[in-house]
Structure formats: structure tokens, C-alpha cells
Design a protein around this ligand. Structure first.
Ligand SMILES: Nc1nc2c(ncn2[C@@H]2O[C@H](COP(=O)(O)OP(=O)(O)O)[C@@H](O)[C@H]2O)c(=O)[nH]1
Ligand SMILES: [Mg+2]
Length: 378
């Protein structure tokens, strides 16, 4: 990762970011480039935000969650942080991680059933731990679960049993990470003996509804609605497209040998162009129904948008059908090792590094994030 050379672009307008001249396009103050993974250029920043606030806002709508989180901390709650194993790298919020500090937090990594079975559980846990620690996320334990497997609910049951019967338990995490499914699956096999109704309430200072599920007269679980990462494809496309890009069963990765001047369409929502470098085997972890198409780089632009228009690729989005609705991200990879690249809300690519330069064409506003290699590839 350290010697990864990356050209960073503004997710708002696609311009290459620079911090040398504030009169030129793409300018962003140097300290912001270092501190944040997602940075808007100054112009887009001013366009998108009101007031004189000069600190770049994260691409998360987390303000109201801070209020809920503070209330949970005030109640000495146990916090369950739910992470979607397919997308967690691009849904971590720095603000919320900072707010979490000092509370007893358990990370529940969900949807294990959607990842290939061949992945070693222990290595997955190590990867997660390292990733979270690198992001200053302090937790008591990580539990890998799936609501599709009954035995997966044991950690939640144990946590509740060991909680002393009084402390509130709060579920936090990004939208669609699986919070409600986790509680529902647990409640299915648990008899609520209180006869108290499940209630919803908006916490003071928020318009967000929190669901209180009483377990006993003295203890409740609180299910929160979840925050949305603005830079995730899930926040950018229509419902129909989301259905098309969501994995429903175990992901079977696809593999393509790609070299210089090759291009690969990843559904109608992303494209990988190899600008130079040797032929290598590249792997793709996306929902199985995503349609891939390999072509030459020379034909890529015309062929991609023609296929999107004809719906020969799947999924597509009405909002992202024209060349101007896509932006390029260029990366030059190191000479050895492996690199994964997350396409926020969509999936991830994994490839061996060989000094190649690649370009990802993605919908404007979507985050492309190089991440450490997630799975062991021999
Ligand atoms: N395959 C699978 N799908 C899950 C799992 N947990 C949640 N989901 C699905 O993920 C989507 C979002 O779940 P939900 O519980 O509503 O997320 P929330 O927004 O965090 O409450 C739903 O379509 C669930 O069916 C899981 O462990 N495995
Ligand atoms: Mg929910």
C-alpha cells in the first residue's frame, strides 16, 4: 500500500486534485488531502456545503447519529457495531468512530454467507481487526455472523446473557448492513416475556426513529436506522438498480486475464481499463448476476455506452448512461504484491501488482478506494 501511486480525483467533478495552486482547478488544501480519504475540491466543496465551515465534511450523514450515540454512551450502553462484510471498508465514518471511543463496542460482521466459503474465517477476522485498528476503531471483540445460519446468532445471545440484564444494547452501522435482520433473527427464537410493545421514538435533537425492543422489564435493544455513505453507489442509483447489484447468494468470483489495452465492463456501472502493464489474472467480487464484458481499450468507450443503452450489460442505471456521468480514477500499482480496490456499494476487484497503470471509470460521486488485499490468493 505504501508505495501505491495514486492520482486522486474529486468525487464531485472528477478533476485531478492538487494542493499547489488555489487559483487552479482541483485545488484542495494539503492538510485535507492527508486527513481524509474522500476529499472534494474546494469548488465542489463550496457548491455542496453552506456557510463558512472550512473543514471538509465527511461524505456521511452522521450528525443525528452523533446525538443518538452520545445518548447511548450516557446510558452506559453496550454497542453492537454492524458491518456488512461486503462493503465495510467504504462505510466507516471517522466522526462516529471518534464518538465511539470509551464505550464497550462489539463488531458484528454480517452476511458471511455471501462471501465465498473458501475464505478462511480466522484470516478474515485478522483482516478486519487490522483494518479497523488502522482506522482507530477500538472494539472489544469481532464476531463474524450471518442471519442465514442459526448458529451464527449465538454470539448475540451470549452477549445479551453476559450483559448483566440491565444495560441497554444499541445497534449501529451503515444502512443495509444487517442491523434489523440481526435483531429479527434473534427475536424469532426468543420469547419476549414482558408483553411490552416495541416502540419507536425520535431522540431529542434528531428526526431519526430508533426502535426500542424490550427484552425484559429492565433491558431493551435499540435498533437504529443507520447512516448512508453519500459516496456509495447505493446512495446514487435508483431502487431497481440496487436490486440488480445486490448479492443474494454466495459470491462466485469472476476471473479475467487482462493486459495493456484491455478493458473490462463490470455491469453497466463500472469499467476497468488497463493502460499499460503485463497480462495478469484479475478477480472480481460482485453479485453473481452482474454481466461482465471484455473488449479492447480502443473500442471501450463506444462499446460500453452502446451496451449500457441497449441494456446488454447488467445492471445499469438511468442516471448513469452517458459518458459525462462517469469519471476516471487512475492508479499506478506497485511492482509486487496484491492490491484490492473497493467500488463503494458495488463490490471489489483484486489483482496482482506489476507496475501497471489502470483506469477505473465509475459513476460520478462514487468512491474508489484502494484497500489491502482481502483474501488469500496463491
Ligand atoms: N445473505 C444475507 N443477507 C442479509 C444478512 N443480513 C441482512 N441481510 C440482507 O441485507 C439487507 C439489509 O438488511 P437490514 O437488516 O434491513 O439492514 P439495516 O438497514 O442495517 O437494518 C436485507 O435485504 C437483508 O435481507 C445476512 O447475514 N446474509
Ligand atoms: Mg434497519
Amino acid at each position: 500500500m505504501s508505495n501505491l501511486k495514486m492520482i486522486r480525483r474529486c468525487p464531485g467533478c472528477g478533476l485531478i486534485l492538487q494542493s499547489i495552486d488555489d487559483q487552479l482547478p482541483g485545488f484542495v488544501p494539503p492538510k485535507h488531502v492527508e486527513r481524509h480519504e474522500v476529499v472534494l475540491c474546494q469548488r465542489c466543496f463550496k457548491l455542496q456545503h453552506y456557510g463558512e465551515d472550512i473543514a471538509p465534511k465527511e461524505s456521511f450523514n452522521v450528525d443525528e447519529f452523533v446525538t443518538i450515540l452520545r445518548k447511548a454512551k450516557h446510558q452506559n450502553a453496550i454497542i453492537i457495531w454492524v458491518l456488512d462484510l461486503l462493503h465495510f471498508e467504504t462505510t466507516l465514518s471517522k466522526t462516529l468512530i471518534q464518538e465511539l471511543s470509551g464505550s464497550e463496542t462489539y463488531v458484528f460482521a454480517t452476511k458471511r454467507d455471501l462471501l465465498p466459503k473458501s475464505i478462511n474465517q480466522e484470516k478474515l477476522k485478522q483482516y478486519l481487526s487490522r483494518f479497523l485498528r488502522d482506522h482507530q476503531f477500538v472494539f472489544s471483540d469481532i464476531l463474524i455472523v450471518s442471519t442465514k445460519a442459526k448458529e451464527s446468532l449465538l454470539p448475540l445471545q451470549t452477549l445479551i446473557e453476559q450483559s448483566g440484564g440491565k444495560r441497554p444494547i444499541y445497534l449501529f452501522g451503515a444502512t443495509s448492513s444487517g442491523k434489523s435482520s440481526l435483531v429479527n433473527a434473534y427475536l424469532k427464537q426468543y420469547t419476549n416475556g414482558t408483553y411490552r410493545m416495541i416502540t419507536t421514538s425520535a431522540f431529542p435533537g434528531t428526526t431519526l426513529r430508533v426502535i426500542e425492543i424490550p427484552l425484559t422489564h429492565e433491558q431493551s435493544i435499540y435498533d437504529t436506522p443507520g447512516y448512508i455513505a453519500d459516496h456509495s453507489l447505493l446512495a446514487l442509483v435508483e431502487k431497481e438498480t440496487i436490486k440488480g447489484m445486490t448479492a443474494k447468494v454466495e459470491i462466485k468470483p469472476k476471473h479475467y486475464r487482462l493486459g495493456a489495452k484491455d478493458s473490462l465492463s463490470i455491469g453497466g456501472l463500472a469499467r476497468l481499463d488497463v493502460l499499460n502493464g503485463p497480462k495478469v489474472m484479475t478477480s472480481y467480487y460482485f453479485a453473481n448476476q452482474v454481466v461482465f464484458h471484455k473488449q479492447t481499450l480502443a473500442k471501450a468507450d463506444s462499446s460500453f455506452f452502446h451496451m449500457v443503452e441497449k441494456k446488454a450489460l447488467f445492471p445499469t442505471s438511468k442516471k448513469f448512461g452517458k459518458p459525462e456521468s462517469f469519471v476516471p480514477f487512475e492508479l499506478t500499482l506497485p511492482s509486487s504484491g496484491r492490491q484490492d480496490i473497493a467500488l463503494a456499494g458495488y463490490g471489489w476487484i483484486s489483482l496482482p501488482c506489476a507496475d501497471q497503470t489502470i483506469r477505473l471509470m465509475v459513476p460520478k460521486g462514487m468512491l474508489v478506494l484502494p484497500i489491502p488485499s482481502k483474501l488469500s490468493h496463491e
